[in-house]
Design a protein around this ligand. Structure first.
Ligand code: DLL
Length: 432
C-alpha cells in the first residue's frame, strides 16, 4: 500500500525537522555552488547558515522561469557536468527552452517518488504498465518509466502516438495500467470505440494521468469510458518531473512528497501566504536535489491545500487538483476564466462530446469568447430545434458558471484536433 511508509506516514514534527535539515544543506549547496544564488544571497545579506526555522523560508528569494532561461543551458547546475547523468529540457510553447539535470542520486530519488505515486494509486509489481507519455527531453516518459521499474511492474515503453497500435498492444499485452495525459486517454477511448473494441474486454484497471490540467468531470468520463480508476499526478521539470505529488486511491487531493519538497501557496500578486484553504500559486523549494536545486520556484500553477487527514494514512499535505495556471487564466471582459471551469460545464451536459476549444478574440476593443464543442452525430441530422436548445443550455450554464456571456458553436464529432500529449484548448487571438 505504501512505497516508503517510513517517509510517507511521518509524524509532523519529525517531518519538519527533516525538512529543516534538508533545507539547510540545500541552501549551503546553492550558496556555495550556484553563482546565481550566491549573488542573490549576498545582495539580500542573507545569512543562510543562521537558518533555524522553516518559517525563515519567507526570507529567501524566488526563482522564476525567466531565471532559468537566463541561465541557459547549465548556469543553475550545482554540480559539475561529470556528475550529471541525465539532462531533460522543457520547450514550452513560448520562449527559450530550459534545461534541468540529475545526478545518479537524483535519479534514484526521482524513481522512488514516482514509485510512491504509482503505489498510492494502487499499482503493484503485478501490474503491466503502458507508458504512453513521450520519451525524450520531456520528463513524462522516462520519469514514469524509472518509477514503474523501481516498483517492479512490467513496463511497456510504447511512448505517445500511434493510437491504434496503443490499443492493439493494450489488448495483446494485457495492460493493466495506462499512463499518459488525460486528453490522450480520452482520445484512446474514442478510437477504441471506433474500432469496435469494448474496454470491458481489456485488462485495464488503472489510469495514471497528469502533465496537464483536467477536471473532475473529465475524470468521471474517462473512468466510465475505459472502466478504470483514474488518478491525477503532478510535477514539473524544473522541480523534478512527475512524482512531486499524486493522488492515492481516495482520489481526494494529491499527496505532496514533503520530505523532498517544501511547498508554499502564495498570493501571486502580494507573494504573501494565502489564508488557510484559499487558492494561490504553488511555490516549491527542493530539499534533496543535487544537480538542480531550486529555491522558491514560482510554478505559476494555482491550487489550494486540502484540509484534514487522508484516510489512507499518509500524513503529507495534499493539494487540490491544479485549477489552472496564472498564465493560462483568461481574462475575458475583465473576468477571470479558467479553461477547466468551461470543461466542467461541458462535461455535465448530455449530447456534448468531451472535446472543445475556446477561442478568444477582440473586436472593436471588446472581448468575444466562443466555445466550440463537439456534439453527437445524431444532432447534426436535421433537428435544428434540438441544436438550438442545446446551444441555449450550454450558453446559460456557462454564463452562470463564469459570470460572462460567451458564444457557443456546435461542431460535428471528430472535427477538433485530438491530442497525444498535452492538450492546447485555448486559442487566444488577442495576443496576435
Ligand atoms: O508535465 C511533468 C509531468 C509529467 C507531470 C507526467 C505529470 C505526469 P512539464 O512539461 O515541465 O512537466 O510541465 C509542467 O504541467 O507546471 C503544470 O502547469 C502542468 N501539469 C503537470 N501535471 C499536472 C497535473 C510535466 N496533474 C507543467 N494537473 C506544470 C494539472 C499539470 N497540470
Amino acid at each position: 500500500m505504501y512505497w516508503q511508509e517510513d517517509k510517507e506516514c511521518m509524524k509532523r514534527d519529525e517531518l519538519e525537522q527533516l525538512q529543516l535539515e534538508r533545507l539547510q544543506s540545500t541552501l549551503y549547496r546553492v550558496g556555495t555552488h550556484v553563482p546565481f544564488y550566491r549573488q542573490k544571497f549576498n545582495e539580500m545579506k542573507l545569512d543562510y547558515e543562521g537558518f533555524h526555522s522553516l518559517a525563515d523560508i519567507r526570507k529567501l528569494p524566488f526563482t522564476t522561469k525567466q531565471d532559468l532561461r537566463d541561465s541557459y543551458p547549465y548556469g543553475l547546475f550545482a554540480v559539475p557536468l561529470r556528475e550529471v547523468v541525465r539532462v531533460h529540457s522543457s520547450s514550452g510553447t513560448t520562449g527559450q527552452a530550459t534545461v534541468v539535470g540529475y545526478t545518479k542520486n537524483d535519479i534514484k530519488n526521482w524513481s522512488d517518488l514516482v514509485a510512491r505515486v504509482l503505489c498510492g494509486a494502487g499499482v503493484t509489481a503485478d501490474d503491466v504498465i503502458q507508458i504512453a507519455f513521450g520519451y525524450g527531453l520531456f520528463t513524462g516518459g522516462f520519469g514514469l518509466h524509472y518509477g514503474a521499474e523501481r516498483l517492479g511492474a512490467s513496463v511497456i515503453p510504447i511512448s505517445a502516438g500511434n493510437t491504434k497500435r496503443q490499443i492493439q498492444i493494450m489488448q495483446d499485452f494485457k495492460t493493466t495500467a495506462l499512463v499518459c495525459t488525460p486528453s490522450y486517454a480520452l482520445n484512446i477511448a474514442d478510437v477504441m470505440f471506433d474500432m469496435g473494441i469494448n474496454p470491458a474486454g481489456l485488462s485495464l484497471k488503472f489510469g495514471l494521468f497528469g502533465a496537464e490540467p483536467w477536471s473532475e468531470a473529465m475524470r468521471r468520463e474517462i473512468n466510465q469510458k475505459l472502466g478504470i480508476r483514474a488518478t491525477d499526478n503532478y510535477g514539473l521539470s524544473e522541480i523534478m518531473g512527475p512524482g512531486v505529488a499524486g493522488e492515492c486511491s481516495e482520489c481526494n487531493g494529491l499527496h505532496i512528497s514533503e520530505d523532498h519538497f517544501l511547498v508554499e501557496i502564495l498570493d501571486p500578486d502580494t507573494l504573501e501566504p494565502v489564508a488557510e484553504g484559499e487558492v494561490g500559486e504553488l511555490v516549491i523549494t527542493t530539499l534533496t536535489k543535487e544537480a538542480f536545486p531550486m529555491i522558491r520556484y514560482r510554478t505559476r500553477d494555482l491550487t489550494r491545500f486540502v484540509p484534514g487527514d487522508c484516510p489512507c494514512g499518509r500524513t503529507s499535505k495534499r493539494m487540490h487538483r491544479i485549477l489552472g495556471r496564472t498564465d493560462d487564466m483568461l481574462i475575458i471582459k475583465g473576468v477571470n476564466v479558467f479553461p477547466t471551469q468551461i470543461e466542467s460545464v461541458l462535461f455535465n451536459i448530455d449530447g456534448t462530446e468531451p472535446h472543445y476549444r475556446i477561442i478568444v478574440e477582440r473586436e472593436n476593443h471588446q472581448d468575444r469568447a466562443t466555445v466550440m464543442v463537439e456534439v453527437q452525430e445524431s444532432l447534426f441530422s436535421d433537428r435544428m430545434s434540438e441544436q438550438r436548445e442545446l446551444i441555449d443550455t450550454i450558453r446559460r450554464q456557462l454564463s452562470s458558471e463564469l459570470g460572462i456571456g460567451v458564444a457557443v458553436k456546435l461542431v460535428e464529432e471528430k472535427t477538433l484536433e485530438r491530442f497525444e500529449g498535452k492538450g492546447q484548448r485555448v486559442i487566444d487571438k488577442r495576443k496576435i
